[in-house]
Design a protein around this ligand. Structure first.
Ligand code: AMP
Length: 418
């Protein structure tokens, strides 16, 4: 038996309707905020992620699905979508418009992670990117968008954490202070953190190991090292959020896993999810476009893990149980009626009505049983007698009433139901 790979999953009906429900909500909100969709390839040159995300990050050093194709190129299944978005921004010279781009995406990402509830190897993200704006209002706008989505889906108990991770001007001094602080206590750190100490000391701040957390609790804070520019930006982001009535918690240890972040970093947590409580993570990446070879262009974005979001919604019974049911189902009896019924179904569908037909060759009795179970409202019954008079019997299965209708009047009759 060949099975789906560990960390991947099939999304089948009726669950797929829940995904469509969430995705439809995402698309509507994005369009209200002026974001247009981008779709980039699922795989890219490995170098894009190495340069964009950073060689020392866990994502690049441990989690990428990298392979050599038949042309001997090193390719990688995208572990996230921001690097690809920026690549597309450069490749198509979108920066030449000199404007601000608001983009969003929905799609599969791939990471060789340790699978557990809320953590998969193929997972889906919805994300946004604003390219070309350094304004703190951009930071507040995407945060507002994410929160609006969660609120409209019905989620409460969300916590917004924000921090500033500084910029290449102020981060080196802070990094130095961190390295000194942690080196002095390196005996207390886990193996991973000891090796991160040289390469990526900021990550020591959000290690989940007990010992590391104890040490990290007394570590110097980046907010004390911010340069003037980063400090004013961070203050302004907070003012915008406050102006819109958005509550937030300052978390000086929030650093996020990808190297490209500058200034604002944020996370939205849904605490009932437990260990994997981050449903949304994002931040500013003012250096990324340049890093990938373009003109200096500020950017900011976030990504929402859709599996986690659906898990959170399911916990609160906030997902529709099924997709939309057809309004009516055809029940025919006899070969001539089967054919005429098929033609009638086509006519109804062409008129925009959702009509179910039977492809299993059921008897009328088992067909009615099936429709009752599915909760379909109307049966369109056609036997030899009805056919001879060009009429059908429309039975309301919920109220057990029925009426005889001329075939040509059926479209109009059913349209009054929609
Ligand atoms: P990141 O791209 O690492 O900033 O993650 C953004 C969001 O994607 C997280 O807050 C999670 O909701 C989700 N996410 C990241 N990695 C995984 C994974 N392996 N499985 C499921 N969701 C994930």
């Amino acid at each position: 038996m060949i099975k789906a790979l560990r960390g991947t999953q099939d999304i089948l009906p009726p669950q797929s309707a829940q995904w469509q429900y969430v995705e439809a909500k995402i698309r509507r909100i994005c369009s209200r905020y002026g974001f247009a969709e981008i779709r980039t390839p699922m795989f890219e040159q490995t170098e894009l992620f190495q340069r964009g995300i950073g060689e020392t990050t866990d994502v690049v050093s441990k989690e990428m699905y990298t392979f050599t194709d038949r042309g001997d190129r090193s390719l990688t299944l995208r572990p996230e979508n921001t690097a690809s978005a920026v690549r597309a921004y450069l490749e198509h010279k979108i920066y030449a418009n000199q404007g601000v781009e608001r983009w969003y995406y929905i799609g599969s990402m791939f990471r060789y992670d340790r699978p557990q509830a809320g953590r998969y190897r193929e997972f889906h993200q919805f994300g946004t990117e604003i390219l070309g704006s350094a304004s703190p209002q951009a930071d507040a706008e995407i945060i507002a968008l994410a929160l609006q989505l969660f609120r409209e889906l019905g989620l409460q108990e969300l916590e917004l954490l924000i921090n500033s991770v500084g910029c290449p001007q102020c981060r080196p001094a802070y990094r130095q202070a961190l390295v000194e602080y942690f080196t002095a206590q390196s005996d207390e750190l886990c193996k991973d953190c000891r090796s991160r100490l040289d390469k990526n000391p900021l990550r020591l701040l959000d290690c989940k190991e007990e010992g590391c957390r104890r040490v990290a609790a007394g570590a110097p804070l980046l907010t004390d090292y911010l340069c003037e520019d980063c400090r004013t930006h961070f203050a302004a982001v907070q003012e915008y959020l406050t102006a819109a009535g958005i509550a937030f918690t300052l978390d000086p240890h929030l650093v996020r896993g990808l190297d490209y972040y500058t200034k604002t970093a944020f996370e939205i947590q849904y605490l009932p999810l437990g260990a994997q409580s981050a449903v949304c993570g994002g931040g500013r990446y003012d250096g990324l476009v340049e890093e990938i070879g373009g003109p200096a262009t500020p950017g900011i974005g976030f990504a929402v893990g859709l599996e986690r979001l659906l898990l959170a919604l399911a916990m609160q019974n906030l997902l529709p149980e099924t997709g939309e049911k057809p309004l009516a189902a055809l029940v025919t009896h006899g070969e001539a009626a089967d054919r005429a019924g098929f033609a009638l179904a086509q006519e109804l569908r062409a008129a925009g009505l959702a009509v179910d037909t039977d492809l299993a060759g059921r008897s009328m009795r088992s067909r009615f049983k099936q429709l009752a179970k599915a909760g379909i409202k109307y049966a369109i019954i056609m036997g030899e007698d009805e056919l001879a008079q060009s009429r059908i019997t429309l039975r309301n299965l919920q109220e057990s009433t029925q009426e005889s209708i001329a075939m040509e009047d059926l479209v109009a009759r059913l349209q009054t139901e929609e």
